[in-house]
Write a protein that binds this ligand. Structure first.
Ligand code: ATP
Ligand code: SF4
Ligand code: MG
Length: 459
């Protein structure tokens, strides 16, 4: 039996209407029948578009939202059925690390107080002295000095705050940690450090993670198994390598088709699948296969009427698509959508990272928090990465950096509104060459903005 098992979990939020008497006029089908297993000591990565229900699923595991239907079994105990007091005790074994490290730490409490709170609630440590010693050893594990105890959250950088968030989870000695977008609010250079820290802690303490992210690069780096979510359901699940080597669901294929390949020859052959339309509303999901309104392979009758179940197609690879086998064999023709070649020229002309931006599942949240405090400078230099992690850290940081650059390149409005260099509006007649160069530069910018617009439309 797996350490954590979700079976048919549904979370439907009622939509209420009426001034005096609340009437339920519909539901938001945020999570709509998810079954997955997380093995002890492993990491399950969950990816999906903004609003597809990732956070709601994570919160439902901790019973922070009511589960409409289904079971969440931790180590043989169904949490969905536990009475309140017992569930409170069980929460020690399930901890959450949040996306916004500052927002999740009380600004009026110092670090010792923040970290002691949960320990007191769960009766860990016989007195404050013992708790303090434990906190100091955990702070050391997450790479923070023991003098951090008397400081307040605002005195730390974003990366350090996330380390505090991880320490807060660790002091309770949990079995499973749910990391909800653990690095997406962090400076790109700090993202790899936090990911590596999570991996090191997992190795040392035998932790089990459910990592939620919209960034395929982050999830790939850390996960043993990856689940891809679309509109409240899992559409594909596979061991990390298998999913990246051969995605089988059209949605995953479209996401992966946007990831550049380092081999120039393979890159020349690569095609990008551009999806049409936006994510439908979870309050009014499409009938049949929820992806049929955007699927390039959707088949008239069956896809719009019959909902595909997640089925095993071999090697632990599960796919929710009626036609996964035909699509893999190349015997089913595409009916909609656009496929464009991802040529080397395109990759070089537009920023390379445009491809990665498309590979990052769209997020509604604002741009990543930028930190430039002294504390952060210390953060960037203090963590001594073990040699074997260094290479992976560089790779992840590079990918993340490319993705961030691409995020700004991917906003056509901004690109078009970028301030012109001084004198660009009225070139001097005698400086004809310079004028022509500027004209060419403008044309190139317009072209890039157009390209970026296309990238935005891609998944
Ligand atoms: N308490 C709530 N009441 C009503 N609707 C909710 C509630 N919480 C979430 N939702 C809705 O459920 C859907 C899923 O939200 P959720 O936050 O789980 O998405 P997400 O995948 O985590 O998105 P993001 O990547 O932006 O964090 C959204 O449409 C959201 O508006
Ligand atoms: S079931 Fe049909 S619409 Fe859904 S993913 Fe497969 S081909 Fe596309
Ligand atoms: Mg979320």
């Amino acid at each position: 039996m797996s350490l954590l098992e979700l079976d048919g979990v549904k979370v439907h939020f009622p939509i209420k209407k009426g001034l005096l008497f609340d009437r339920t006029v519909g539901h938001v089908y945020a999570v709509d029948g998810i079954s997955l297993k997380v093995e002890a000591g492993q990491t399950y990565g969950l990816v999906g578009e903004s609003g597809c229900g990732k956070t709601t699923l994570g919160r439902s595991v901790l019973r922070l939202v009511d589960i409409t239907e289904g079971s969440v079994v931790l180590d043989g105990t169904d949490l969905a059925k536990l009475p309140g007091e017992e569930m409170r005790r069980f929460r020690r074994r399930l901890q959450m690390v949040f996306q916004d490290p500052l927002g999740s730490l009380n600004p009026r409490q110092n670090i010792e107080s923040i970290l002691s709170e949960g320990m007191v609630a769960h009766g860990i440590g016989k007195d404050q002295e013992e708790r303090r010693e434990k906190i100091k050893s955990i702070l050391d594990k997450v790479g923070l000095p023991s003098n951090a105890l008397s400081r307040y959250p605002h005195e730390f950088s974003g990366g350090q705050r996330q380390r505090i968030g991880i320490a807060r989870a660790l002091v309770l000695e949990p079995d499973v940690i749910i990391c909800d977008e653990p690095v997406s609010a962090l400076d790109v250079s700090v993202q790899a450090q936090v990911i590596n820290l999570l991996e090191e802690l997992q190795e040392e303490l035998g932790l089990t993670y459910l990592v939620i992210a919209h960034d395929l690069a982050v999830v790939r780096h850390i996960s043993d198994t990856i689940g891809v979510m679309y509109l409240g359901s899992l559409v594909e699940e596979a061991p990390s390598d298998a999913l990246y080597a051969e995605p089988k669901h059209p949605y995953t294929k479209a996401l992966m088709s946007a990831v550049p390949v380092p081999d120039p020859e393979v890159e020349d052959q690569r095609e990008r699948i551009l999806l049409i339309g936006d994510l439908p509303s979870p309050a009014n999901p499409p009938s049949g296969c929820r992806f049929h309104t955007r699927c390039p392979w959707a088949q008239a009758e069956r896809c719009s009427t019959e909902r595909p179940q997640l089925r095993d197609v071999g090697g632990g690879h599960r796919v929710a698509c009626h036609f996964a086998d035909e699509i893999a064999a190349g015997t089913l023709a595409r009916t909609t959508g656009e496929v464009v070649p991802a040529t080397r020229e395109g990759v070089e002309d537009a920023p390379v990272s445009e491809e990665l931006a498309a590979a990052t599942v769209p997020e509604q949240a604002g741009p990543p928090e930028q930190e430039s405090t002294k504390a952060e400078t210390a953060e960037k230099t203090d963590a001594a990465e073990p040699a074997e992690k260094a290479e992976a850290a560089v790779e992840a940081a590079g990918q993340a950096e490319q993705a961030e650059k691409a995020a700004s390149a991917g906003k056509p409005g901004e690109a078009a509104e970028a301030p012109e260099p001084e004198g660009a509006e009225a070139p001097e007649p005698e400086d004809e060459e310079a004028g022509q160069a500027e004209e060419a530069e403008k044309a190139e910018k317009a072209e890039k903005a157009d390209e970026a617009g296309k990238a935005d439309k891609a998944v």
